[in-house]
Design a protein around this ligand. Structure first.
Ligand SMILES: Nc1ncnc2c1ncn2[C@@H]1O[C@H](COP(=O)(O)OP(=O)(O)OP(=O)(O)O)[C@@H](O)[C@H]1O
Ligand SMILES: Nc1nc2c(c(=O)[nH]1)N=C(CO)CN2
Length: 243
């Protein structure tokens, strides 16, 4: 979804959470400047788009959310449903769970704000092993970006680290739509025309989450539903429980 289409959903989310747009824009600009220091803007978006297209287009995709059910569903998916040719897109802390199960995610979508402090360290490890990292700027993660971005500095120039935001994107940043890391994985797969998307590790009724996370998960559920309704083929995006 491009920004023009995304903007009305974005405004609704800002109002729902009381997040100021200016704070999102400030972090996005900071991230843009970090990229400006080390790489040229010329042809950059073309390169990034072709990298993502090569990874995702016409491929079966497994999107991994980080609900407590993730590990069990991953093991069951591998045993019972996988054809062995899927690419894995992990939402933030889901990357840690995949790594613990000997799977390097192909792509990680993160705001570096996962529930375990170790998640960002594991994401750095996954990038060293070949994962692409979509690193997200929003109004409440500037501190995390400042802390962890230096660990990726040698990769910024190699198009392995792709900066994203939820506001209107400044130079270098991309916005495919979506809010939480998990639903943004689905927006990404949809933007690059995945052949199919299976979601594992999504539990919108998880009783263990705190109220703010619960509210964020409500948004994630609605946004995933929105993408599913836009899809001409209703079978294309399915939760594990629907397989
Ligand atoms: N029950 C759940 N608990 C946590 N995450 C879930 C759950 N169900 C789905 N998810 C998805 O997994 C993603 C990754 O969650 P994680 O807790 O690792 O990161 P997070 O940085 O806290 O997520 P976010 O910042 O997007 O809220 C979430 O963005 C959400 O979309
Ligand atoms: N400003 C702001 N934006 C967000 C936030 C957040 O806490 N603040 N959290 C998100 C997913 O957790 C996504 N976007």
């Amino acid at each position: 979804m491009n920004f023009t289409e995304w903007e009305s959903y974005y405004t609704e989310i800002l109002n729902k959470f009381g997040f100021p747009k200016e704070k999102d824009e400030k972090t996005a600009l900071w991230l843009s400047n970090e990229f400006k220091k080390v790489c040229s803007l010329e042809n950059r978006n073309d390169k990034i788009f072709s990298i993502l297209e090569e990874k995702i287009s016409r491929r079966p995709v497994v999107v991994c959310g980080n609900a407590p059910s993730l590990e069990k569903e991953y093991i069951a998916f591998l045993k019972e449903k996988s054809r062995g040719n899927e690419i894995y897109i992990a939402a933030d802390g889901a990357a840690t769970v995949l790594l613990q199960n000997n799977r390097i995610p192909d792509i990680i979508v993160t705001d570096l704000d996962g529930k375990h402090p170790n998640d960002a360290i594991k994401e750095i490890e996954a990038v060293d092993k070949g994962a692409l990292l979509l690193v997200h700027a929003h109004g409440d993660n500037l501190d995390k970006l400042e802390k962890y971005l230096p660990a990726f500095s040698d990769k910024i120039n190699q198009n392995t680290i792709i900066p994203t935001c939820q506001c209107r994107p400044p130079d270098y940043l991309l916005n495919f739509g979506g809010f939480t890391d998990g639903d943004r994985c689905v927006f990404l797969a949809d933007a690059f025309n995945a052949a199919s998307v299976v979601l594992i590790g999504f539990d919108f009724k998880d009783p263990s989450v705190l109220p703010l996370k619960k509210k964020k998960l409500e948004c994630a559920e609605k946004l995933i539903q929105l993408i599913r309704e836009k899809e001409q083929n209703p079978e294309k995006i399915r939760f594990y429980s629907e397989l």
